[in-house]
Design a protein around this ligand. Structure first.
Ligand code: NZQ
Ligand code: ZN
Length: 393
């Protein structure tokens, strides 16, 4: 088993502009000869005036728009944008929205330049997972802190008919720049704010709750971000609370939770995401609300494999100092669950009105998508995943 910090290459080319009135910098950020396609979602950016601000900041340069990207963006919708890009000759994309709009835009910039059928950008039984050799440049204006997509090179796309959520990643799809204005979060409803806190929280645990390799910096970064979310989470979800620093701290935490800061050289376990994606694909449950159901169950079933880091998590993140190690671990898992519940999120299938009939259906989807050796040790078999779904009932 790995005992040391692995060799790593750390690279993140995304320029961040954080703070107030940053959208006005767009004119300098995008070369004036570029033909820009603005991408957005179901209309929140129109309703709250962000799109108007963006258009004003783009000045006299040529631009068009593509709206209607769904939450959990679909391949089908993104392909319509790919056709538009090719037909109209757009050569710079600007994503204005949350993780869904940014993820779809990552696919669009890669697919527009892809030789052959863009379905082959994906693996997991969908395509042949060919490398992405080039992609168009793009920037983002983030309206929902949650996924970290604004500063990473990953994307998750939904295939509606195949009932699958499939990710791809490539250094070619790092955003050139991302604008992070905490004030853009003021229009988010409580549910999306809670989703953001939980998604960021679980991104951190996926890179932290594995086995110890004595990575002091990565561990303490993770613990600092987790403690920040625990401290501010209950205030963040109050949609009437427009405290600037509160939202600024939330936004920067979510970005750092999945921008490569926490992962260098340490083991990672994306099993909560893998098990959660199957729930969203079949039952259309928000991404974060699948994680709040899966994570406590996964930690319970996998507590022996994760024992060392769970004790560390209990002591350093939740400050549990009493009792045996076993008791500390149990208490930390319970505190995690209570934290999610306090944010109004479900922590069992019962909470989303699903019963034991889902277990075999979800397990069959995992099998179909080749998810039979998950976790930091690749030892999470289908049988163990079944136990996790059962523990979440
Ligand atoms: O579509 P509009 O009308 O814009 O409304 C959106 C959407 O309904 C709304 N919203 C966004 N900003 C708003 C706002 N409403 C009011 N005020 C604002 N400022 O919020 C709703 C949800 O948006 P969405 O982009 O879907 O949420 P999120 O950012 O949570 O993204 C979820 C997607 O990202 C993927 C998920 O699987 C899911 O498909 N992920 C991407 C990752 C990555 N690329 O690294 C990692 C994550 O683990 C995750 O899997
Ligand atoms: Zn996530």
């Amino acid at each position: 088993m790995q005992k040391n910090i692995s060799n790593f290459t750390y690279f993140n080319p995304t320029k961040i502009l954080f703070g107030k009135n940053q959208i006005s910098a767009l004119d300098q950020l995008i070369p004036s000869n570029k033909k820009v396609l603005i991408t957005y979602g179901g209309g929140s950016v129109i309703k709250f005036g962000t799109l108007d601000k963006v258009k004003e900041a783009l000045g006299k340069r040529e631009y068009g728009e593509f709206g209607g990207i769904e939450a959990n963006p679909t391949f089908e919708t993104a392909m319509k944008a790919v056709e538009l890009v090719k037909k109209e000759g757009y050569d710079f994309l600007l994503a204005v929205g949350g993780g869904s709009v940014i993820d779809a835009t990552k696919f669009i910039v890669a697919a527009a330049e892809f030789e052959g059928d863009p379905i082959n950008i994906f693996g997991s039984g969908i395509g042949t997972r060919e490398p992405i050799k080039t992609a168009l440049p793009f920037g983002t204006i983030l309206t929902l802190p949650a996924t970290g997509s604004e500063m990473n090179a990953g994307s998750v796309i939904t295939f509606k008919e195949k009932k699958a959520k499939v990710s791809f990643g490539s250094p070619k799809v790092f955003p050139t720049f991302s604008i992070l204005e905490p004030e853009l979060t003021y229009t988010l409803p409580e549910r999306q704010l809670a989703n953001g806190v939980i998604d960021a929280f679980v991104h951190i645990t996926e890179q932290y709750l594995t086995f110890p390799v004595d990575a002091m910096v990565q561990d303490r970064f993770s613990e600092g971000l987790l403690q920040t979310l625990i401290e501010i989470g209950p205030d963040v979800i109050d949609e009437t609370n427009k405290d600037y620093n509160l939202r600024a701290n939330f936004m920067w935490t979510a970005t750092n939770a999945l921008n490569g800061t926490l992962s260098p050289g340490v083991p990672q376990d994306w099993a909560s995401h893998d098990l959660g994606h199957e729930i969203t694909a079949l039952y259309h449950i928000d991404h974060a609300r699948t994680l709040s159901i899966v994570l406590p169950a996964l930690l319970t079933i996998r507590k022996n494999e994760k024992h060392g880091k769970l004790v560390q998590y209990a002591e350093r993140v939740w400050h549990i100092t009493e009792g045996s190690d076993e008791e500390k671990v149990t208490a930390a898992i319970e505190k995690t669950k209570v934290f999610f519940e306090r944010l109004g999120a479900p922590t069992s299938f019962k909470d989303i009105d699903l019963g034991e009939e889902v277990v075999e259906i979800l397990v069959a989807q995992l099998e179909k998508h080749g998810k039979n050796s998950l976790s930091e040790r690749k030892d999470q078999t289908i049988e163990i995943s079944r136990k996790i779904y059962q523990a979440a009932l």
